[in-house]
Design a binder for this molecule. Structure first.
Ligand SMILES: Cc1cc2nc3c(=O)[nH]c(=O)nc-3n(C[C@H](O)[C@H](O)[C@H](O)COP(=O)(O)OP(=O)(O)OC[C@H]3O[C@@H](n4cnc5c(N)ncnc54)[C@H](O)[C@@H]3O)c2cc1C
Length: 457
């Protein structure tokens, strides 16, 4: 291979492109692989991730896929003395509902055969088998799911939560990682294996027998690159890369935001798992605030019922002081930009929203600590919220993207899966379903569109 040609060009050095490049070199060390990005690696969507992971999904395919990704993250943790700071306090799904048959049915479908053996129901009086998430070690944490029933039991175990909660579903194979470190580890290994990097924007692609990429370089190297095959891992710009080849992908981009701040009042216990309030709610505005919002056409919706799934967790380990809050309530797609405009109301909205589950957060109403960051990025997603990993309608062009709000947790399995597609290796059972080919399976698509939940958080 010459300086201006390569076997495979991977476009995009977010967590997904990095994982693909790493797994290609790992499986086929002689392959020439170039990883191209117009900016620093992991600097776009991957820098905005909440960095949470879970094996809880409403469908067994996504459960199997993320379970495997967690296996691969554990492998990285083991090999690096846990440089990626993998922790496992689980996901707590909290609700005031007592009728939870629908949730249990969803769990049973997602967990399949594991449901009978790995799901434990606890009530006051028989809760001794429940292990509270006191330690964050991923390798000693319990597996499966614990269901806690009744306000008294929940208050005994989680005294800092809303006293009205009736049910907690505690997903145990779940927690957080340092996504930047995880990307760095794979990037370093890619480099050591002889992988090439280009700091350049791909501005055009010409497809003949191979691909001719036109580049706007920032690295002083050439302005074009020939590649026998390419991988579109451009995150929110997947559609732009596809369009350069006259193709389209069934995706939209939806802006989502997060707030992180220093918990100066120390109101969130450091042992609190990633906690999600499942219930819809009316945000706790004062009467005059609600009236004011209701009169503003752009923000009147904030005075109405808001959807569930606001979530909060401590950030930075047991000795840290920061907390992170997110609420993926936006459902309106917009064109991606590199510097999205955020809603100034968001921090106050989420602090009020999350104070319903953690009433002590009311201490911050109208006075969030100065030490805070408000950030956001795009969920690049298909309608059914499943990724696109595999071949495309352009021969030789592959895609790894549409990772919505799960790209950090799914990156490792995505990298391995796409490498297997490209190298003609054995594929897991779910490979077709996670590729664009699922669109040609009307039974699966009808099932996915009929599902109550798409697993969006
Ligand atoms: C607010 C928020 C919270 C999230 N929380 C979680 C979470 O808790 N857990 C989880 O698993 N996931 C989470 N996610 C999702 C996760 O962050 C993404 O799915 C993941 O980062 C996507 O990675 P990517 O590599 O596909 O895209 P990106 O990180 O966007 O990388 C794409 C790269 O392609 C490059 N690129 C694009 N076009 C070109 C071009 N023409 N030429 C050269 N380079 C180009 C870009 O510069 C960029 O670096 C969250 C996302 C958001 C927005």
């Amino acid at each position: 291979m010459t300086a201006d040609s390569t076997d495979i060009a991977v476009i995009g050095a977010g967590i997904v492109g990095i994982a693909v490049a790493y797994h290609l070199k790992k499986a086929a060390p002689d392959l020439d692989v170039a990883l191209i990005d117009s900016g620093a690696p992991m600097a776009l969507t991957s820098a905005q991730s909440g960095e949470n992971y879970r094996n809880w999904w409403p469908h067994p395919v996504m459960k199997a896929f993320t379970d495997h990704s967690i296996d691969l993250m554990e492998e990285l943790a083991r090999e690096t003395d846990n440089r990626l700071n993998m922790t496992r306090r689980g996901y707590v799904l909290a609700t005031r509902a007592t009728e939870i048959e629908a949730m249990q049915a969803e769990l049973a479908y997602g967990y399949g055969d594991e449901y009978a053996t790995h799901v434990r129901v606890h009530k006051m009086g028989n809760a001794d088998a429940y292990e509270p998430p006191l330690h964050e070690n991923w390798d000693t944490a319990p597996n499966g799911v614990d269901i806690l029933r009744g306000a008294a039991l929940i208050q005994r175990l989680f005294p800092y939560f809303d006293g009205e909660l009736q049910t907690i579903i505690h997903i145990r194979r779940a927690g957080a990682v340092d996504g930047q470190q995880m990307g760095q580890i794979m990037l370093e290994r890619f480099r050591v294996a002889g992988g090439k990097r280009r700091l350049a924007e791909v501005t055009d692609i010409d497809k003949t027998d191979d691909f001719k990429l036109t580049l706007r370089p920032s690295d002083g190297k050439g302005d074009n690159l020939r590649a026998a095959r390419i991988v579109n891992a451009a995150g929110p710009f997947l559609g732009q890369i596809a369009a350069m080849l006259g193709s389209t992908l069934p995706i939209t981009t939806v802006l989502q935001q997060k707030v992180a701040f220093e918990d100066t009042e120390g109101v969130i216990p450091r042992t609190m798992p990633f906690s999600i309030d499942l219930d819809d709610q009316l945000i706790d505005w004062a009467d005059d605030e609600r009236e004011h919002l209701a009169e503003d056409p752009d923000h009147a919706w904030l005075a109405n019922i808001m959807p569930g799934a606001i979530h909060c967790r401590p950030d930075g380990g047991d000795n840290g002081t920061w907390i992170k809050i997110g609420w993926a309530y936006n459902e309106t797609p917009s064109e991606p930009t590199r510097e999205p405009i955020l809603d100034d109301h968001f921090p106050e909205v989420v602090i009020r929203g999350t104070a319903r589950l953690n009433p002590a957060l009311k201490a911050y109403y109208g006075r969030l600590p100065r030490n805070r960051t408000h950030y956001g990025g795009y969920y690049t997603m298909t309608d059914e919220n499943w990724p696109l990993i595999g071949p495309t309608d352009v021969d030789g062009c592959f895609v790894a993207g549409a990772m919505s709000g799960f790209g950090t947790m799914a990156a490792c399995a995505t990298g391995e899966l796409l490498a297997n597609w490209m190298l003609g290796r054995e594929l897991p059972e779910y490979a077709e379903a996670l590729s664009i080919r699922r669109m040609a399976d009307p039974t699966l698509m009808a099932e996915l569109h009929a599902q109550q939940s798409r697993g969006i958080l």
